[in-house]
Design a protein around this ligand. Structure first.
Ligand code: IPE
Ligand code: IPE
Ligand code: MG
Length: 244
């Protein structure tokens, strides 16, 4: 399928694992396993379509309030994923990146995340960012703290702080803003994800739950994006560098 416009950066809220599992009489954790199994396909579809960056919401700061067993399972799933998939990520030329309040994560997972980032840093293909223990409000708060520190030290003039300065203190400073935000499982909310960065992203919500989100579903989202007219507050569509 050839599309007129391809988003440079797609952000995904991978939601609905628990409901997907519940509908077929399975425990919620089976949904998380099935969800993790979808990642490879989605990465391949993104790369094939010409998307340069994908950012995946895997675990929110608020998700720590879930039952202990579920949190434990999710941490184990991540640990196993990093053990078994790093070689494949390397082979597929993927750059692995993790954002969020990573110091909240178990220390052995922090080490595995650093290792995955280091060992894929020189790759040149799809740039994949996973958000763990992520809270957009906290991310913005931390940026405010960093800027306030610099101001108190006399290194910057508060009156001169620009939007670019704020953006450069977010976890996503190395990434362009998302052009498209996809959420699965039909929920019409952003749940504290990339609040600053999605200011002008196109939103796409599908009823499919994350374990049902195939390459074909990803293609559908890209097709919908291709038909969107992005005006950025103007009266006429504005072609951004992001569009192919
Ligand atoms: C998304 O699926 C995965 C995480 C938030 C970790 P959910 O676990 O939120 O599934 P639902 O929304 O309860 O169905
Ligand atoms: C958002 O899903 C977080 C992730 C997908 C990791 P949630 O299931 O936690 O969000 P709410 O509770 O429906 O807003
Ligand atoms: Mg959910």
């Amino acid at each position: 399928m050839s599309l007129e416009k391809i988003p440079q950066h797609v952000a995904l809220i991978m939601d609905g694992n628990g409901r997907w599992a519940g509908r077929q009489g399975l425990a919620r954790i089976r949904g998380h396993q099935a969800g993790a199994d979808r990642l490879e396909d989605v990465m391949r579809a993104a790369e094939k379509a010409g998307v340069k960056y994908i950012t995946l919401y895997a675990f929110s700061k608020e998700n720590w309030h879930r039952p202990k067993d579920e949190v434990q399972f999710l941490m184990q799933l991540l640990s196993n994923y990093l053990d078994h998939k790093l070689a494949e990520l390397k082979k597929n030329n993927i750059v692995f990146n993790a954002i969020g309040c990573l110091t909240d994560m178990p220390s052995e997972i922090q080490a595995k995340l650093s290792r995955a980032a280091e060992e894929t840093a020189s790759n040149t293909g799809l740039f994949v960012t996973f958000a763990f223990s992520y809270s957009s409000r906290l991310e913005i708060t931390e940026a405010c703290r960093a800027l306030a520190r610099l101001a108190v030290q006399g290194k910057i003039d508060p009156e001169m702080i620009s939007e670019k300065d704020v953006a450069s203190h977010l976890y996503t400073s190395a990434l362009p803003d998302p052009d498209l935000l996809i959420r699965t499982s039909g929920e019409m909310r952003v749940s504290n994800f990339l609040l600053w960065q999605i200011s002008y992203a196109e939103l796409y919500v599908t009823e499919k739950c994350w374990p049902e989100f195939t390459a074909e579903e990803f293609q559908k989202a890209l097709a919908a994006y291709s038909l969107r007219e992005r005006r950025f507050g103007r009266t006429e569509p504005l072609n951004t560098g992001a569009d192919a």
